[in-house]
Design a binder for this molecule. Sequence first.
Ligand code: BGP
Length: 476
Amino acid sequence: YNKEFPEDFMWGASTSAYQVEGAAFTNGKKPSQQDIINKENYKKRGFATAEIASDHYHHYKEDVALMKEMGFKAYRFSIAWSRVFPDGVGDVNEEGIQFYRDLIDELLANEIEPIVTLYHYDLPWALVEKYNGWLSREVVKDFEYYATYIIEEFKDKVKYWTTINEQSIIVQFWTQKCFIPEELRSNDQLRYQINHHMNLAHAIACKLVHEKVKDGMVGSAIGYAPVYPLTSSPQDAMAAQNAHDLHNAFYLDIYFKGIYTKSAMAYLESKGLAPEIEPGDMELIKEGYSDFLALNYYYSDCVKACPEDDELRFAGVNWTGVKGAMDGHEHQPGFFQMCANPELETSDWDWAIDPTGLEYLLRDIYTRYNKPLMITENGLGAYDTLTEDGRIHDPYRVEYLKNHIKAMKKAMDYGVEVLAYCPWSAIDLLSTSNGIKKRYGFIYVDRTDDDPKECKRIKKDSFYWYKKLIESNGID
Ligand code: BGP
């Protein structure tokens, strides 16, 4: 492949607020739903809470200096709504917003482009208490209140905005990504209702960026997996098309065409899962078009045909990091069922490792929608060991990232416009499915789930490798 990347290509990495910041109750911040989910749910599995996380809140200058040392051109992070508006709406928490002013200024002073995500799973808990959070349509106007403030505040400093992180993943894993009261969890239609509210919120944020930010670019960050059929049987190929329509097109068609994918909607209607749509909603969605798509890519999916009389179920999780411990696969009766791909190796968490899938999806999306793309997440969750020499040798991570970068470049050589590569994650942080045991960073954070110690930062081998790669603009 042609090794040269564009001069202005944005090498960097990503994090999200509740997974990295800590200081969950500091300087006026009140809990987000993740603080509650972490406490109540994750603690019983022995995971770290978000109370301290990687303590980025207190280490941000050191962290930005390390990013600078690696040569980052961009950094994608999210703003914690409950730090800025502890009650979701109302008075701004000056100390909370000041943290983001300082962080953004620190990035700009180091010539690192901030790529800001408005919402990454962490709805203020106050709004859950008030009206069940995303389950209620009321959240849309409160999101508008929050987004208006943030976009106004940073309109001269932030050019790239992403709205809501991974709606497709929220639909699949809704009880981990949103606080859902026990008694409502059997109603799967609500997954799609939440998603509809998010579509409205997304559209509003896009409109706000278009109105307020000169030369601003806005889009959604989507968790995207290309779908392969298990066999070459026409039934499995059809199942792959169905899964693509429901998992991928269903979101992209909203962002770029302002419509719900017909086939996916017809399927959801047939199962009583379709969202309620009010007059004017689709017009709003159309007006809030996206300028680019941010992609979070970890694995590809594999499917086969699913019998009509099968039982509906959504995605499973591997909570333990022991291969094969995934607690089930998604079944959409008569449409498709997910299965393991016998052709691919997996991570310890059963995520298929598939660099070619990245080339495949970049080319596929670009051909269908013809919009610039950004990689805002990609990476390998792994157990890292601090060795006696005080180092972290993570050749598996380097191998994973290198192969994905090559695949991305191949897609670019076929004409796909990719603006940035921001893998997950800049620094170790809490995994949503396994606390601090499952690590992703270039920078090791010396802590365990039980004991935050001082969260000392240690450069991993992958840190030096990435630094060299950025220095040579992609030539490894
Ligand atoms: C994405 C999320 C991130 C991150 C990542 C890794 O879905 O946007 O927040 O957590 O996945 O997943 P996990 O933390 O489960 O390993």
